[in-house]
Design a protein around this ligand. Structure first.
Ligand code: TTP
Ligand code: MG
Length: 359
């Protein structure tokens, strides 16, 4: 028995993420070999390559390579410093798009996520349509490309997304899993690094197909308890769930003012600004809220919080502003305010859209 359930899982991975963002931000870099990472300092620099554009990869430049080596391979490459904040900002927007397409969603790194679309897509053909739609939306909104793998589990989806890069889409239906995996090198299985690869090679195992068919006893001396799991993976069996990491219990922002505020107008506009920030965070995380808590600290540090729980879930800016303002006016007695804060809790994920919405 292959698997108890018929799931359809997507793995999305952005193409040369950091350098693609840099090329988007600066049109002069498009089509050029770009390396994002440490300063090469004319070949004497320390540190490593974060990523290289596909143009730079042609010269052999790779992630995690010493920057001095990258410089040797491609001295005319454009070397850029890493701008993490920018990349994470873009990442958050992309993840928000992806999340809206999934029943279950799991971000695994800055540029990578799993989507369980079982039920949203009724077949692999529908899932492929959904994937094309996702690629188009990301490109339209962010001018970035990604590669998507579709399979019956996380392992197959992940290997599939890497299969045709950049701008790829690889669909592996359950009955194709064995044919797809067999010829690939064992290294393609996440978790098998250069050391495991070497050990397997000594046992005469280089492809996933050979691993799938080998006797577990041969692997136990080197891999111990992991041996069974390794063979299962090689056979394309993987029951891991796409896990929502919805540890977020509340979303909030607060602001301490440079000068204590007394005027109603000034307080109102400060509160609006905070509401806008909180609303942006709520949208980015893909949540709706039911409870809003307002925090007020007066000039003498006396601090109050007032909460209101609504009868249903909301996600719009107007509601946040209205409720926050109503709460504020209930405890302003002409006193000067040092800090204002808004926190949203009793959160719920926004409903995912369905494929029908696009047809
Ligand atoms: P990856 O998805 O591994 O690589 P990538 O997006 O640059 O290229 P690919 O088209 O092959 O997916 O990693 C995502 C980002 O994470 C990458 O743009 C830079 C960063 N990163 C590092 O900083 N160091 C590393 O060693 C790796 C692998 C990635
Ligand atoms: Mg990537």
């Amino acid at each position: 028995m292959r698997s108890r359930r018929n799931r359809i899982i997507l793995h999305v991975d952005m193409d040369s993420f950091f350098s693609a963002i840099e090329q988007r931000e600066n049109p002069e870099l498009r089509g050029k070999p770009v390396v994002v990472g440490a300063d090469p300092k004319g070949g004497k620099g320390r540190g490593v390559v974060s990523t290289a554009s596909y143009e730079a990869r042609r010269y052999g430049v790779r992630s995690a390579m010493p920057i001095s080596q990258a410089y040797k391979l491609c001295p005319h490459c454009v070397f850029l410093p890493v701008r993490h904040e920018l990349y994470w900002r873009v990442s958050r927007r992309i993840m928000q798009i992806l999340r809206s397409y999934a029943v279950k969603f799991q971000q695994v790194s800055v540029d990578e996520a799993y989507l369980d679309v079982t039920g949203i897509a009724k077949s692999y053909a529908e899932a492929a349509k959904l994937a094309k739609r996702i690629k188009a939306e990301i490109y339209e909104k962010e001018k970035l490309t990604c590669s998507i793998g579709i399979g019956p589990n996380k392992l197959v989806a992940k290997i599939a997304s890497d299969h045709r890069k950049p701008d790829g889409l690889t669909v592996v239906e359950p009955q194709e899993v064995e044919r797809f995996l067999s010829p690939l090198p064992v290294r393609k299985i996440p978790g098998i690094g250069p050391r495991s690869e070497e050990v397997l090679k000594e046992l005469g195992i280089t492809t996933i197909g050979e691993l799938a068919n080998c006797d577990v006893q041969r692997l136990i001396p080197a891999f111990g308890r992991w041996a069974h799991r390794l063979i299962m993976l090689a056979r394309g069996i993987d029951d891991r769930e796409v896990r929502e990491r919805s540890k977020v219990k509340s979303i909030g922002r607060e602001r301490t003012f440079e000068h204590d505020l007394g005027e109603e107008e000034a307080l109102k506009s400060a509160l609006e600004e905070i509401a806008e920030g909180v609303h942006r965070d709520l949208e980015e995380e893909g949540f709706l809220f039911k409870t809003l808590t307002l925090k007020v600290r007066f000039a003498d540090f006396e601090t109050h919080t007032h909460a209101r729980t609504l009868s249903s879930y909301h996600g719009d800016l107007d509601t946040i502003k209205e409720v926050a303002e109503a709460l504020l006016s209930s405890f302003l007695r002409g006193r000067k305010v040092r800090l204002l804060g808004i926190r949203l809790s009793k959160l719920k994920k926004r409903q995912a859209v369905t494929l029908e919405d696009f047809m």
